[in-house]
Design a binder for this molecule. Sequence first.
Ligand code: DX5
Ligand code: ZN
Length: 215
Amino acid sequence: MTNVKISPSVLSVPMDQIGDAVKNLKEYGADYIHCDCLDGVFAPNTSDGIQMVKICKANSTLPLDVHLMIMNPDKFIKDYVDAGADIITFHEAACTKTAETLDLIHSYGKKAGLVLNPDVEVKSVIPYLDKVDVIMLMGVFPGFSGQKFIEYVLDKIVELKKIIGNRNILIELDGGVKASNINEMVSRGVDICVGGSSVFNAPTIKEGIDALKNA
Ligand code: DX5
Ligand code: ZN
C-alpha cells in the first residue's frame, strides 16, 4: 500500500532481550527504532531509557526515535544524545522551556519534535512550527504498550496536516497502531507509525512489520 515508515517500540520487550529483538529490524523493513523513556512522573510507568537507547545503538544501525515521557526533558537531552538518540521528541506539558529545548536538540545536530497526548489541542504546536522536524500524536495515553487506539485522534491528524501545510514536518502516530487501522492513519497524512505490540507480539517480528507495511 503506502510507503509509511515503521518505528517499532521496544517498550514491551524485556531489557535483556532488546539487543536480540532489534538486531534484524532493518532487514525486516523497519525504518527507525522507537525508545520510550518514562520517569514514572509524567506517565505512570518507568523505563531505563538511557540503557534502552544504548542497547539499541549497539545492536542496530537504524535511526533511534527517542520519545521522552519525562519531566524537565531539557536536563537530559545531552545524556540521550550521548547514548545514541537521532530524533528526540518530548511533551510540552513536561517542559518549561519548549523552544529552548528544541534548539538544544538541534544544537547537537539531532532532529527534534513535540508529542501531543490525546487530550492536548493540536493548535498548541503553532508557536513551534519553525523549530520541529516531527510532530507525534499519541493514539493512547502514555505509559504502556498494548492499549486500544483512541478513535478521535483520527480527526487530529487531519487538523495537524492542515496546520503544517507545506512545511517540511513529519507526522508520527504512537499508540494503538495495528494492521487493521494503519490505513486510516496514513490516508489522513501520517508519515511514521510506531508499532509496539503489533510488532513484538506478532508470531514473528518480521510478520508484525510485514503486516503493518502491507496492510
Ligand atoms: C506508550 C508508548 C508507546 C507504546 C506503543 O506510552 O509511548 O510507544 O510502546 O505500543 P503499542 O503500539 O502497543 O500501542
Ligand atoms: Zn512512544
